[in-house]
Design a protein around this ligand. Structure first.
Ligand code: NAD
Length: 483
């Protein structure tokens, strides 16, 4: 099986190859097979991407928002028409089962293009009257934006960054994760097919060094990263050197609190989605599940029963609902955490092992009796490992939930609506859920507090991160000067 892209990079409306760059194998996570290869961008490729993006952006900024929006909405329609093919590609890139990718990847990318395409025509400034004088503001693009992606949602991430950037009149260079180089290339192709002028959405491949070169280039105006906190620190620091705009979508160790009055099956559903969807490789996952002591044993019993219904297998088989880890490296990181969990005394309820088959498959794993100070309750694992912790008191569980350096997400399951809002108001997290978990509609802002990030993606909030205001003061009378 080979899923070889036409070439490694997509620049100025066409595929570009330069085989002198670092060779990157494309590995299908379900088999471990090498299914293609790309080459990291060389200096020449980076230069080509930057110069063509800069050139194209100047013209793009002069078009009306309605024109820009029309192109983005056309791209959304094409993506929806090709949802199945794009979902299969996403599955080859990430290993996530088709039963997921058919519903949340290309479709989420299309949502972003549609939403920001719809907003584009309404991005305006305002008139500010001040008696005789007045001021007005002009919402302007930032210029050249760089997007750097993680490997868990390659199609979605490429559009969550690209759509608002383009809607606001910017150009984008997107560097996908080296682990999942395939999907963003298709997005770039489709944008051209939809009528996007060449040079505005470029995709270049590479390891961290390529990302670092982009971030430090003085011609780049904004950087949006989806990745881990350690990478975020480096990218944020490099961007600060050039006083660039940033959006940082980083890691998490989010709390999911289940009170004793919660609908237990719904809470289980939330905990399963928040820990095992995409084999647990979701930044906003609620991996610290605080369960009220009164319902803990019942919760664990039902959880084990429902996990028994997981269908682990070939991700291209639509009945499969739990696939492999994205890479051998990520699988080993998670296996190490499972060993640490056992050695620190957490009670292994189920899973914990690697499956005896090709590919990077781990069993969905649950630990109970987890204490706040255990490594598996403190560090982001980014795999199918749920930590269940007990609690009895509301004030105490809020303090424990907030006792983390991260602040991406938080969730509460309870049938007491006053409590739900009271608790959510106290939780230090950017993207929260009541009686649900991990919904990420384009209409709502998404992003983290504390070490989990800076800025917001999606919703009208994203417009603020891809545009800037020019203010113009207009004096109608004479200018009075001291001399
Ligand atoms: P990572 O931090 O290893 O890599 C992310 C991207 O940064 C990759 O494209 C990588 O090549 C690039 N990169 C690495 N070093 C760089 C440097 N010095 N300069 C510029 N770019 C550099 O993350 P990952 O392993 O790909 O993804 C998993 C992480 O991403 C997890 O921590 C997860 O929580 C986080 N994540 C966050 C969100 C969110 O929206 N908050 C979404 C998905 C994943």
């Amino acid at each position: 099986m080979q899923i070889q892209p036409v070439a490694s990079h997509f620049i100025n409306g066409e595929y570009v190859e330069d085989t002198s760059g670092t060779l990157i194998d494309i590995v299908y996570p379900a088999t471990g097979e090498i299914i293609g290869r790309v080459y990291g961008a060389t200096e020449a490729v980076i230069e080509q991407a930057i110069t063509s993006a800069k050139r194209a952006q100047k013209e793009w900024a002069k078009t009306s928002g309605t024109e820009r929006g029309r192109i983005l909405r056309r791209a959304a329609d094409i993506i929806r028409e090709r949802n199945r093919d794009l979902s299969i590609l996403e599955t080859y890139d990430t290993g996530k089962p088709l039963s997921e990718t058919l519903y949340v990847d290309a479709t989420s990318a299309a949502d972003a293009l549609e939403y920001f395409g719809g907003l584009a025509g309404s991005l305006t400034g305002e008139h500010i009257p001040m008696g005789e004088n007045w001021a007005y503001t002009i919402r302007e693009p930032l210029g050249l934006c760089v997007g750097i992606g993680a490997w868990n949602y390659p199609t979605q991430i490429s559009c969550w960054k690209g759509a608002p950037a383009l809607a606001c009149g910017n150009a984008m260079i997107f560097k996908p994760s080296e682990t999942t180089p395939l999907c963003a290339l298709k997005v770039a192709e489709i944008l051209i097919e939809a009528g996007l002028p060449k040079g505005l959405y470029n995709v270049i491949q590479g390891l961290g060094d390529v990302g670092a070169k982009l971030v430090s280039d003085t011609r780049v105006d904004k950087v949006s990263l989806t990745g881990s906190v350690p990478t975020g620190r480096k990218v944020y620091a490099a961007a600060a050197e050039g006083i660039k705009h940033v959006t940082m979508e980083l890691g998490g160790k989010s709390p999911l609190i289940v009170f004793d009055d919660a609908d237990i099956e719904n809470a289980l559903g939330g905990a399963i989605l928040g820990n095992f969807y995409s084999s647990g490789q979701v930044c906003s996952n609620g991996t610290r599940v605080f369960v009220h002591e009164a319902i803990k044993e019942k919760f664990l019993e039902r959880l084990s029963a429902r996990l028994g219904e997981a269908i682990i297998g070939d991700p291209l088989d639509e009945t499969t609902n739990f696939g492999p880890m994205v890479s051998e490296r990520q699988m080993k990181i998670v296996q190490d955490y499972i060993e640490i969990g056992k050695s620190e005394g957490a009670r292994l309820i189920c899973g914990g092992g690697r499956l005896d088959r090709d590919g990077f498959y781990l069993e969905p794993t649950i630990f109970a009796d987890v204490r706040d100070d255990m490594t598996i309750a403190r560090e982001e694992i980014f795999g199918p490992v749920m930590a269940v912790l007990d609690f009895t008191d509301e004030t105490d569980v809020i303090a424990r939930a907030n006792d983390t350096e991260f602040g991406l997400s938080a969730g509460v399951f309870t049938n007491d609506l006053s409590r739900a809002h009271r608790v959510i108001a106290e939780l230090e997290a950017g993207s929260c859920f009541i009686n649900s978990y991990n919904d990420a509609p384009v209409e709502a802002p998404f992003g983290g507090a504390k070490l989990s990030g800076v800025g917001r993606e999606n919703s009208k909030a994203a417009v603020e991160h891809y545009s800037q205001m020019k203010s113009v003061f207009v004096r109608m009378g004479d200018v009075e000067a001291p001399f």
